[in-house]
Each structure stands twice: as structure tokens, then as C-alpha cells.
Design a binder for this molecule. Structure first.
Ligand code: GDP
Length: 333
């Protein structure tokens, strides 16, 4: 709802400046933005981010998927008062600003910049969600992690209430690229930007109860972020196995897949071209994956008995997809 491009895609901006070191030979600390986008959007193994180049990246790394995503890296002090700084160009079209703070580093300076940015956004773009990723928490003890979070939240809220903003849309997430917390945080960020989320959850609930499924997720294929699930509780294990499943399917289809007709050709024909796959796990559970469109897949977890009624599942998934198409205007593959 917040972006002006009109394509219904939530748009994200990833920020969090480097700290200028006092000495020119000491390279500035980097909060981890490029690592986050490489791991989440380019399938880079987390350990390889150690070798990411720190070149002049005042860049816009754009990812086009179910959502559009940009990484912006501003070296040095960001001066909003500089007339050359086109604030409207930067903030005019986004749904959420993700601000990355390196929890392993001194963060007071970063926090000050964050607070300045929040105040600016509150004045001019109050509907942008501000999502603070307290990042690199993998190296911190449980206690220390929550202490830092408490401190950052407190300081930010004090600053905001001093300026008279009590209900600014600011949220905080503890993240690391070395576990699923970064994906979980992104999922939450994205879900807030989807106005039809309750409808989507309702549809997934109906699909599960009518097809004997235990859990169903809609995933963004490229990032493996889930954009919705039914209302039964999410357990990390099921989420992880679904996200690994997507990797398997993507790898297999890169080898054995073929080009399918483009949208125009396919609209003329019938609409049953979507890929699907079934995997039987060692514990007897079944994973069922069904492509929804270019970006999204549906993954369902069920017992063996349920998949025996494949006709029912096909029918219900078809109904589900038609409902999605109506609610979102999503094209099927
Ligand atoms: P940027 O300048 O903000 O884009 O920062 P980079 O993405 O280049 O990351 C700087 C360093 O932080 C790299 O060496 C990464 O390996 C490291 N890093 C990024 N994310 C994490 C994380 O979650 N945990 C840990 N321990 N290190 C991370």
C-alpha cells in the first residue's frame, strides 16, 4: 500500500551506515547489509560473506522478486539537509526501511543516525515501517543479546517520545546470517506490508482443513521468505525443511527444467502448467510443493494418508490458486 509503483510489491530499503574510523587506514566497520542481501537473495553460504568486497558500494543492489528490494549503502554521515540529497527519491516509494545495527560493535553512533532517520521519516513519510535489525547476534550470549536489545529499544523510544512521537512504526529484530533468524525477520517485515494477509491466512486455513494438511506455507522462491502460513503455530524445524526443499527443487529444475511459454501464450491456453513435487520424509511425513506463479510456491506438510487423496489435493489447490488470483490479481505461472 505504501509504494507508488502500483505493482502491489512491497519495496524494501536496507540501510545502516558504516562508522567513519578516526584513522584513514583503519577500514570502517561494516554492519552486514551486503551479507544479508547475498545470503537471503543470492543463496550465498554465510561463511563466504567474509570475503565480500568492501569496494565503493554506494550502490543499489536491486532484487526483483515477489517484492522489490534494494540495498543502499551510504558511507559516512548521511546529510539529509544537503539539497543534493533527494529524500523523496529515496523514501518516496518504499514500504519498509530496514536499518542494520552491528551488535558486535559500538552502536551508540549508529543509533544516533538511526534516530535522526526515524525523526525525518516521521515528519515526511510516517507510513514507512522502520525495522531495526540488531545484527550479528550469533557471537553474543543469550543474556547479552537481550540486554543490547533492551538498551537499543529504550534509547530509541526515549528519543522518539522526547520529540513527541509516541506510536512510530518501529520494530526490532535480533538477526544473524548464520541461522534462520534473518529469514524469520524478513518474513515478518514482508508480512506487515501485505494488506491481504488475514485473507491469505484464512485461505490457507481452509486449504489445510479440507485437505488433511498439517501446515501450509507460501514462500517467495528466490529469498525463501515465507509470506504467509496458516494459523497453526510455526515451528522452526518445519520452516527449515521447507526452505531446504525449495533449494532442492530449484537445483533440480535448473538441470532438468525447460522454458515454458510466456504469460501471453499461456493465458490463451489452459492454466495447468505449474510445477509440483512430493517428497516423503524419513519420519513418514509428506512434503508437497506446488508452484503458484513465477515467484511464489505453496508448500504443505501432511501425513501419508492425506497425499493418497491426491485428486482432492489437486482440486483444493486449484480452488486456492483461483482464490489467490482473485484476491491479489496474481497471475498463475
Ligand atoms: P556492509 O558494508 O554493511 O554491506 O557489510 P558486509 O555485508 O560487507 O559485512 C561485513 C562483515 O560482517 C563480513 O565479514 C560478514 O561476514 C560479517 N557478517 C555479516 N553478517 C553477519 C552475521 O550475522 N554474523 C557475523 N558473525 N558476521 C556477519
Amino acid at each position: 500500500p505504501n509504494n507508488r509503483s502500483g505493482d502491489g510489491k512491497p519495496r524494501l530499503l536496507l540501510m545502516g551506515q558504516r562508522r567513519q574510523e578516526a584513522h584513514p587506514l583503519i577500514s570502517p566497520r561494516r554492519s552486514g547489509k551486503s551479507s544479508i542481501s547475498s545470503v537471503v537473495f543470492h543463496k550465498m553460504p554465510p561463511a563466504e560473506t567474509l570475503f565480500l568486497e568492501s569496494t565503493a558500494r554506494i550502490q543499489k543492489d536491486a532484487v526483483h522478486s515477489f517484492m522489490d528490494f534494494q540495498v543502499w549503502d551510504f558511507p559516512g554521515q548521511l546529510d539529509f539537509l544537503d539539497p543534493a540529497f533527494d529524500v523523496d527519491y529515496i523514501f518516496g516509494e518504499i514500504g519498509a526501511l530496514i536499518w542494520v545495527i552491528d551488535a558486535q560493535d559500538e552502536y551508540l553512533d549508529a543509533l544516533m543516525r538511526l534516530n535522526n532517520t526515524i525523526l525525518l521519516l516521521q515528519q515526511h513519510y510516517p507510513s514507512i515501517n522502520i525495522e531495526v535489525f540488531i545484527h550479528k547476534v550469533d557471537a553474543l550470549s543469550e543474556d547479552y543479546k537481550f540486554d543490547i536489545q533492551r538498551d537499543i529499544v529504550q534509547r530509541t523510544q526515549d528519543e522518539l517520545s522526547d520529540a513527541g512521537y509516541e506510536n512510530a512504526p518501529v520494530s526490532f529484530h535480533l538477526t544473524s546470517i548464520y541461522d534462520h533468524s534473518i529469514f524469520e525477520a524478513f518474513s515478518k517485515v514482508i508480512q506487515k506490508l501485505i494488506p491481504q494477509l488475514p485473507t491469505l491466512e484464512g485461505l490457507l486455513n481452509i486449504l489445510c482443513s479440507n485437505s488433511g494438511m498439517e501446515k501450509a506455507y507460501i514462500f517467495d522462491c528466490i529469498s525463501k521468505i515465507y509470506i504467509a502460513t496458516d494459523s497453526s503455530p510455526v515451528d522452526m524445524q518445519s520452516y527449515e525443511i521447507c526452505s531446504d526443499y525449495i533449494d532442492v527443487i530449484v537445483d533440480v529444475s535448473e538441470i532438468y527444467g525447460w522454458d515454458r511459454p510466456g504469460r501471453a501464450a499461456e493465458e490463451a491456453e489452459c492454466n495447468d502448467q505449474e510445477a509440483e513435487s512430493v517428497i516423503r520424509l524419513q519420519n513418514g511425513m509428506i512434503l508437497y510443493l506446488k508452484e503458484i506463479n513465477k515467484y511464489l510456491v505453496l508448500i504443505c506438510i501432511m501425513k501419508e494418508e492425506s497425499i493418497k487423496k491426491k485428486g482432492l489435493i489437486d482440486y483444493n489447490c486449484g480452488v486456492f490458486q483461483d482464490a489467490l488470483a482473485q484476491v491479489f490479481g496474481l497471475q498463475r505461472t
